[in-house]
Design a protein around this ligand. Structure first.
Ligand SMILES: [Zn+2]
Ligand SMILES: [Zn+2]
Length: 146
């Protein structure tokens, strides 16, 4: 496989939390990158939406101790949200035995600029201003903060 053509087949990604106590690697498909607008994701990220990428089953490898928080969906399914206990960075979701689908938070990955979303989930709870960013005054750094 040609590394210069990441659209062909699974791509290897790597990431770390903000304090770098937790690191992970996985294989992902560029054709499956999801934005989730559900209200749980808004609260758990402290932001407008979450961006996740499912990993190829069995490919997720984590170094460092993570802490898990069980989230029970409306369906009754429980998914564990894993984060760094030192800095709080959300890292991935899955099951304690590793058997269920694991999804990694795109923001922790070095390759995040390549992981363009391919679908939006739970659009019905999307924040009403989520599409207006192009019209909001912008600056290269934080000149507008003052
Ligand atoms: Zn950390
Ligand atoms: Zn969600």
């Amino acid at each position: 496989m040609n590394a210069a053509e990441p659209t062909a087949g699974p791509m290897r990604v790597q990431g770390a939390c903000h304090c770098r106590a937790v690191r992970l690697t996985a294989e992902v498909q560029l054709s499956r990158v999801f934005v989730c607008h559900c209200t749980d994701c808004q609260v758990l990220t402290g932001s407008a939406f979450r961006v996740v990428v499912p990993v190829v089953p069995g490919s997720l490898q984590v170094q460092g101790a993570v802490k898990g928080y069980p989230r029970t969906a409306d369906s009754g399914n429980v998914r564990w949200q894993y984060f760094c206990p030192e800095c709080g960075t959300p890292m991935y979701a899955g099951t304690p035995d590793g058997a269920g689908l694991a999804t990694v938070r795109v923001g922790v990955l070095q390759e995040r600029a390549l992981l363009q979303p391919t679908a939006q989930l739970w659009r019905r709870s999307a924040l009403p201003w989520v599409n207006v960013m192009d019209g909001v005054p912008a600056c290269e750094q934080q000149e507008l903060l003052g």
